[in-house]
Design a protein. Structure first.
Length: 300
């Protein structure tokens, strides 16, 4: 059986976006159960600086709509901090749900499933992903600066010249093989809030992993109109896509400036269906997926 881990990142007081995103995923999971037994699914939700009403939704309402046989986890920074997208994503990728997966599907909270038959959409896109072993999403191209090219070129996986334009799947929704993400240590530790999508696209090109365009049945980074890339950017004011104040560095060493953005405790919650309670584990500083593997829940 193929295991599919679904990750979603919610933020602040954006309850409308979070509800639209997570309810669409829950609907797809519920409908997929009746379609096939070829897949098992898990859902991990990361929450940056969630307000009281957003916490109420993910802690109390979400377990009611996610099917009982789906592993449900929450990952929330200590002290309700906003640690930005990619540092929290790295913590989420160390959850039990992701560590045990074959493929990984990612949603920003302003992305959601639009397909009427959401279950068929989910199983079809998973089948497509397993067959092709590719990065799948909505493909764009971007020209990046010379310093950015230099940073990409310094990555351990960059064996060919990095040239413009760079092709990538926009970061609001995508699906990829988990094994490949672990191999390249994604998301890269230098990333804070922006740039994770085109750097992943270049890592795919360098590694011979195809990018395949699929954006039907899902609205990606959509505003109220549902138009792709129409949503306003959240929590990004004054945030460089690298954590080192625009100073681009090669593959970082221990104690380099990017490290401070991973130096936070994180609360990892697993919903226990037997007694309808959340089981909590506090995860201290960690910056690599192989370290994060040690923070899994011991229960199965």
């Amino acid at each position: 059986m193929t295991h599919v881990a679904i990750g979603a990142l919610v933020f602040g007081d954006h309850l409308g976006d979070a509800s639209r995103c997570l309810c669409s995923i829950a609907r797809a999971l519920s409908e997929a159960k009746s379609k096939t037994s070829d897949y098992s699914f898990s859902l991990c939700v990361g929450a940056n600086a969630p307000t009281a009403r957003l916490r109420e939704f993910i802690f109390q309402e979400l377990p009611k709509i996610v099917p009982n046989d789906i592993s449900l986890e929450l990952c929330i920074p200590d002290n309700n901090r906003n640690v930005w997208k990619y540092p929290l994503m790295r913590r989420m990728f160390g959850s039990r749900a992701f560590c045990q997966s074959d493929i990984l599907m990612w949603f920003d909270d302003d992305s959601y499933i639009t397909q009427h038959d959401a279950g068929s959409w989910l199983t079809d896109i998973c089948s497509f992903a397993i067959t092709n072993k590719a990065l799948i999403g909505s493909i764009y191209k971007i020209n990046v600066s010379k310093p950015t090219i230099d940073w990409l070129q310094a990555q351990e996986w960059a064996k060919k010249p990095v040239v413009n334009p760079i092709k990538f799947c926009t970061g609001g929704w995508w699906i990829a093989p988990t094994e490949f993400l672990v191999k390249i240590n994604y998301p890269f530790p230098e990333l804070a809030h922006n740039g994770g999508d085109f750097s992943l696209g270049e890592a795919c090109r360098q590694s011979g992993v195809a990018l395949l365009h699929k954006n039907s049945g899902v609205a990606i980074n959509a505003g109220s109109s549902g138009k792709e890339s129409g949503a306003k950017r959240k929590a990004a004011d004054g945030v460089s896509w690298l954590t080192t104040n625009q100073r681009l560095t090669p593959w970082p060493k221990l104690n380099e400036p990017w490290q401070k953005n991973h130096d936070f405790a994180c609360h990892l919650f697993l919903f226990c269906r037997e007694n309808t309670e959340w089981k909590q584990k506090i995860v201290p500083f960690a910056c690599r997926i192989d370290e994060l593997l040690q923070t899994q829940f011991k229960s199965t």
